[in-house]
Ligand binder design. Sequence first.
Ligand SMILES: Cc1c2[nH]c(c1CCC(=O)O)Cc1[nH]c(c(CCC(=O)O)c1C)Cc1[nH]c(c(CCC(=O)O)c1C)Cc1[nH]c(c(C)c1CCC(=O)O)C2
Length: 349
Amino acid sequence: MSAHQQTAASPFIRACRNEPVQHTPVWFMRQAGRSLPEYLKLREGVPMLESCMRPELITEITLQPVRRHGVDAAVYFSDIVVPLKAIGLDVEIKPGVGPVVADPIRNRQDLARLRDLDPSDVGYVTEAVGLLTAELGSTPLIGFAGAPFTLASYLVEGGPSRNHERTKALMYGDPELWRDLLDRLADITTAFLKVQIEAGASAVQVFDSWVGALSPADYRRYVMPASAKVFDAVAGYGVPRIHFGVGTGELLGLMSEAGADVMGVDWRVPLDEAARRVGPGKALQGNLDPAVLFAPTAAVEAKTREVLDAAAAAGTGHIFNLGHGVLPTTDPDALSRLVDFVHSSTEAV
Ligand SMILES: Cc1c2[nH]c(c1CCC(=O)O)Cc1[nH]c(c(CCC(=O)O)c1C)Cc1[nH]c(c(CCC(=O)O)c1C)Cc1[nH]c(c(C)c1CCC(=O)O)C2
């Protein structure tokens, strides 16, 4: 049986397809490699991007939160900049900072450095996904990649940015170069997703984490064609495609239109309202504020109940998640309790 067939009846895949489930499935963005002491121990002395190239390490880190919290899906341990590193760009992840690009992409000549990603550039991904799906059995593995806009922001800025000023300067100042840059990135992202799906990932998530910096009109004009290209290119596999960004309440309809099967929602928009913006037929993922996990258990449960009630009112398939990634200092036990609470609160009778 293929990995895709093995996971087809899981609550996560069923919820992605708007099918009835025995309990609401749960996973957490950034569940792999964050607060877990067993993760920090494994990573000692290994730079982040190097750890993303070692299949045994990837496998172990990906499995840790599944074992500890009993989440309904694993998320492949990697980073959105791994494919950029794999095509030869000088990028590293600085602890506590994020991705840093030594030589930013700012003109037409720079674009030539963005060559296509060949599956052989990331043989370690194929190997790790194979090891993982063998271990995971009926638990789905989620593959992921960065969306063209979010990758472009790191490449143009040279690192993390609050206002994305250089990115926007390029986008508005040289729309043709911008379009070509996003188109190149769409192909790289597509190739990276295909490697994961072909090796056995049961679903994929495309992170456009920072696209909430744009207005709907600019999103439609400058970003949507490249994101749609990615979603179209992997549609034929039939695996659920999840799309997520932070602060994207005003963009939910357009991001959904770009081609997702499941829309990820941050904590600023209740899920029943999100369902209205996203339109019919799509499942929703989210959306407990990750900072809520620092409150006492009773408060976490009350806020979680609000999310579950809004999801029920939305009437769509629902994958419970946080509204953004697990914060680094989150108590792992609070995450385990949350998984149990969502499962017991939603068990079908
Ligand atoms: C924007 C973005 C990045 N990376 C990612 C995104 C999109 C998700 C989001 O919006 O949070 C995605 C990502 N990065 C990582 C994963 C692994 C799987 C998971 O647990 O979700 C995933 C899905 C590992 C990581 N990626 C990173 C770490 C920490 C690196 C370390 O331990 O030194 C891990 C485990 C580093 C990273 N990588 C990135 C940042 C901003 C940072 C630094 C700040 C931070 O820690 O959040 C870029």
